[in-house]
Design a protein around this ligand. Structure first.
Ligand SMILES: [Zn+2]
Ligand SMILES: [Zn+2]
Length: 140
């Protein structure tokens, strides 16, 4: 596999490589991401899951309904998000990428849950809820 992009956690125990370009880069303002990250807004980079290779044994999972978030079991860095209804894709936390500046977000999701004091004056599309429709029509 020829890595186009790579990333990992704070301590280096979790590493990954991706051999594709992202199909999705977004901000998420939802409360679930806020809890999981500790940050007022999160950002994600979406790739085809079959183009991703992990190395290291420290990756841990936390399942919440159809959504599984992964993180480093040693340093706790959030790594990725998968939704079992979107089985072909994986969303890495933008901050886990080695070169996060390569992934400018193209939209805001869940602005209905955006914190009132958070101002991001850009012209990107804003979605009240999810920007990615689940095949069964529900939203996360
Ligand atoms: Zn780590
Ligand atoms: Zn979210």
């Amino acid at each position: 596999m020829t890595a186009a992009h790579a990333g990992g956690c704070r301590c280096g125990a979790v590493r990954f490589e991706v051999s594709a370009e992202p199909h999705h880069v977004s901000y998420c303002h939802c409360g679930d991401c806020r809890r999981a990250s500790g940050a007022p807004v999160s950002a994600f980079v979406g790739f085809p899951v079959d183009q991703v290779a992990f190395t290291g044994k420290a990756l841990k999972m936390y399942e919440n309904g159809p959504v599984t978030r992964s993180f480093c079991g040693i340093c706790g860095s959030p790594i990725a998000y998968v939704d079992e209804r979107l089985e072909d894709v994986i969303y890495f936390t933008l901050g886990a990428m080695d070169v996060p500046a390569d992934f400018p977000p193209t939209l805001h999701a869940y602005v209905s849950e955006q914190l009132p004091f958070l101002h991001m004056p850009d012209d990107l599309p804003r979605y009240s809820k999810t920007s990615v429709k689940r095949p069964d029509g529900t939203v996360p």
